[in-house]
Design a protein around this ligand. Structure first.
Ligand code: B12
Length: 253
């Protein structure tokens, strides 16, 4: 299936061809200033034949966000599967928390080429992602989570955009896919750093080392059980859900 999206702005031109291969051309001219202690959290696209939002939120990434914020880092989140932000209204169901994602058809990976279904990226459109990337300050560090290993093409596509927009930012990959298949992830995604297993303390240590911060890690716990997850990073989450702080599917609240 072919899909082509062309976006032109004052500084940026993105051409997104999806047949037979995906090619991005980005021109940027505004990367001048790096911000202090700015970390961008990314929940990537899901790549699959089907996906439906049953209260899915990137729990592990939010745990890391809570942890890093506790140690003084400035956070920004782009959750590409946040339907309330990217949804088209019809498919977004703010109250129930369930609903359809937008789907961008892309070519099937070779291993599933025989499956007679349309394969795609679930979540924000290419234009929405670009618009969001344009609107934020250049982060020093980008933390990308991953979920089901077989969704890795979604991680790969997401990271390509991040590389094009923020070539100077360091990208760290963690999460289920990175933990289960680190060699594959290193080869395909090519992050600057890959962290396996629980990510809170490891992310802090890595961020500190990049920002030149020293601290006594023997006094730093592995995780933070107390405190509220950084729901304020979701601009459109209904207040009731934010307060609930209870498990949701896949990556729970
Ligand atoms: C609980 C769970 C479920 C629950 C979810 C319930 C809920 N309300 O959330 C249910 C039962 C619904 C479920 C369903 C499925 N699951 Co499940 N599930 C798990 C389980 C046991 C724990 C996941 C979890 O919540 N972890 C807790 C959170 C906090 O941890 P985390 O997200 O991993 O994040 C930490 C680290 O990964 C890391 N990290 C995360 N992001 C980042 C980012 C960076 C930058 C860094 C540095 C670190 C980092 O730090 C985080 C904090 O410490 C895992 C196995 C496991 N032990 O991980 C399987 C697991 C993820 N599930 C799996 C599977 C296969 C499925 C299903 C497909 C099963 C099925 N056939 O239907 C479905 C798919 C659901 C979907 N589409 O989302 C597999 C995935 C295998 C694979 N190849 O990817 C796993 C790994 C189990 C297994 N070993 O087979 N699952």
């Amino acid at each position: 299936m072919a899909c082509k999206v062309t976006i032109k702005t004052k500084n940026i031109k993105c051409t997104y061809f999806q047949t037979p291969a995906i090619v991005y051309t980005l021109h940027y001219s505004y990367f001048s200033k790096m911000n202090t202690r700015k970390i961008l959290l990314i929940n990537p696209w899901i790549a699959d034949f089907a996906a439906y939002d049953l209260w899915a939120k990137p729990l592990g990434l939010l745990y890391i966000g809570k942890f890093l914020r506790n140690y003084g880092y400035d956070l920004r989140l782009i959750d590409l599967t946040d339907r309330l932000r990217w949804g088209n209204g019809k498919s977004s169901m703010p109250i129930s928390g369930r609903g359809k994602y937008h789907k961008t058809i892309i070519p099937k990976p070779a291993a599933v080429a025989h499956v007679p279904r349309q394969y795609g990226l679930y979540g924000a459109t290419c234009e929405q992602f670009i618009s969001e990337l344009k609107s934020i300050e250049v982060p020093n560090l980008i933390l990308v989570t991953s979920h089901m290993s077989y969704w890795y093409p979604g991680v790969s596509e997401t990271v390509k955009f991040l590389r094009d927009y923020f070539p100077e930012s360091k990208i760290v990959l963690g999460g289920t896919y990175a933990t289960l298949f680190p060699d594959h992830a290193r080869q395909i995604i090519q992050p600057d750093y890959l962290i396996t297993g629980y990510g809170e303390k490891q992310s802090l240590q890595l961020a500190d080392s990049l920002f030149g911060i020293t601290r006594d890690y023997s006094a730093v716990p592995n995780t933070l059980d107390s405190g509220i997850l950084p729901w304020d990073l979701y601009p459109r989450l209904p207040g009731g859900c934010r307060a609930a702080d209870v498990p949701w599917l896949s990556d729970a609240l």
